[in-house]
Design a protein around this ligand. Sequence first.
Ligand SMILES: CC(C)(COP(=O)(O)OP(=O)(O)OC[C@H]1O[C@@H](n2cnc3c(N)ncnc32)[C@H](O)[C@@H]1OP(=O)(O)O)[C@@H](O)C(=O)NCCC(=O)NCCS
Length: 161
Amino acid sequence: MAGVISDLDFRRDSESVEVVEEIARLERKIFPKHESLARSFLEEVRKKNSGLLYLKIGKGKGEEEIVGYVMYSWISSLCASITKLAVKENHRRQGHGEALLKAAIQKCRTRKVQRICLHVDPMRTPAVSLYNKIGFQIDEFIECYYSPERNAYRMYLDFND
Ligand SMILES: CC(C)(COP(=O)(O)OP(=O)(O)OC[C@H]1O[C@@H](n2cnc3c(N)ncnc32)[C@H](O)[C@@H]1OP(=O)(O)O)[C@@H](O)C(=O)NCCC(=O)NCCS
């Protein structure tokens, strides 16, 4: 089912605190504690240099649920970073992750950055495949990045304009 991607905007959207709480609940379910931003989500998305997109789908009877989200930040005038991407387990493999990632890349590009980078645990093969599909390349393998047992790839996507 196709969903609608929205941009979280605290100035415009009176429901934004509820949205963040719903996303924080997803975050807790999807990521282990050391990788989870659940407790600091609100502070993270309030930072001026970061943004959050989320995807909602209808679940019947006029109700909607958030099934995925992506967080990004501009780390310098030339470089942005994808800091989170997740889709609810029973809604995976329907194109939502790819749609969210592409939407976040578009957002990052509004500030004319030349590079988007991210970190991902190599064990997260669906995510690594998705990043490869979109054109991200592996820059570096960083041991113990997330925890003593969990490493990371640093990946990047460059723009030549
Ligand atoms: C990574 C994740 C966001 C992908 O979301 P998704 O909605 O299932 O992905 P999509 O349906 O848009 O798939 C797009 C591409 O991703 C890759 N992919 C997705 N799931 C995959 C899987 N289980 N195995 C291999 N490749 C996979 C494929 O390249 C796929 O393209 P294809 O359909 O042409 O083969 C989702 O698996 C997830 O939330 N994982 C847990 C959290 C996570 O690892 N986040 C990233 C690190 S921060």
